[in-house]
Unconditional design. Structure first.
Length: 327
């Protein structure tokens, strides 16, 4: 449940009241009109109706630059909602605007992102070389590369080119930086034994594809439903950073065979996360507000899904080819 507070011209009060009535908003209040003719209005909205109410309000206030819409969380609401109302809220999709704010901040290419990449790369490299599972999991939980990939998927769903560019740039810089730093570690940190943790990131099979698809879908679902508690498990399961670190270590160590396996696993994970997240956003009806934007976004979504699917098929052929060559 959310508290939607609107500050707009007093003449809009009747229309906002009609929106509240149309969406069966139980609690709608009008505040005192100010000297500037602006009036506060408050609506108590359940999660399952939030997106449609926000869309209606944005359409109404599109030509009122002074109008403001603020969405506030509700910690406790008494009396408690009925079981049926609670089930409808639990099944609701997180509002588009909230999703955007959440993923956009994780797609920014700033100093914090670069530092996280460097630190998680060092942590992952130590864990992989020393065969320390707990340390590797620690690097997975930091998971700086997951945010830009989810942001790219959301940008595709919304047809938001700036978000797609921003997330693609952050993702590219993060991967290149992780691999480059790992190459240096592989050159200047000699290690004789190839640990099981390292070898595990060089073996790729159809189970890797299934795991990455399921993890990518779970990550997108955790965002759209607001169940951020499961995101930590997704970070561990999808594991974008360890294959990148293994690729760099093996390149620095001069082992092109194992580097190829790690690179293939990294590519599989990246493609599957993007493909699965796009499908989830599509099925959860995450789309722009206006009809024209919806049409463009739907076309872009179909194109990107087909492109990622074709890339995944090519990578699966590489998996079979690598196995055939090994035998």
């Amino acid at each position: 449940m959310k508290y939607v507070e609107v500050v707009a011209h007093a003449e809009s009060a009747e229309t906002v009241s009609a929106i509240a009535e149309k969406h069966e908003i139980a609690d709608f209040r009008l505040g005192v009109v100010g000297k500037d003719k602006m009036q506060p209005m408050r609506l108590l909205v359940t999660e399952d109706k939030l997106q449609s109410v926000l869309d209606a309000l944005q359409a109404l206030f599109g030509k009122q630059p002074a109008a403001r819409i603020v969405v506030l969380p509700v910690e406790i609401s008494l009396p408690k909602p009925s079981e049926e109302e609670r089930e409808e809220e639990d099944a609701a999709t997180t509002a588009r605007e909230r999703l955007y704010e959440e993923v956009e901040k994780n797609a920014r290419l700033d100093l914090n992102f670069v530092v996280l990449i460097i630190l998680s790369t060092i942590v992952a490299a130590i864990g992989i070389i020393e065969n320390n599972v707990a340390v590797v999991i620690g690097a997975m939980v930091i998971a700086p590369l997951l945010g830009p990939n989810l942001a790219f998927g959301l940008g595709t769903a919304l047809g938001d080119i700036p978000l797609m560019r921003k997330s693609a740039l952050s993702n590219s810089v993060g991967i290149v930086l992780a691999i480059a730093l790992s190459v240096l570690l592989g050159i200047f940190w000699p290690f004789a034994d190839k640990s099981p943790e390292l070898l595990a990131r060089t073996r790729v099979g159809l189970d890797s594809v299934a795991l990455a698809l399921a993890s990518g879908a779970a990550a997108a679902l955790s965002l759209t439903t607001g169940l951020s508690s499961i995101l930590v498990g997704v970070m561990v399961a999808v594991a974008l950073l360890p294959p990148a670190v293994t690729l760099g270590l093996m390149l620095g160590h001069g082992d092109l065979g194992l580097a190829t396996g790690a690179g293939l696993l990294l590519a599989i994970n990246l493609v599957c996360v993007n493909l699965a997240s796009k499908v989830v956003f599509f099925l959860k009806d995450i789309r722009p507000r206006t009809w024209w934007e919806k049409k463009k976004a739907k076309r872009a979504m179909v194109i990107y899904i087909l492109a990622w699917l074709a890339t995944l098929i090519i990578l699966v052929f590489f998996i079979y080819g690598r196995r055939a060559y090994a035998t």
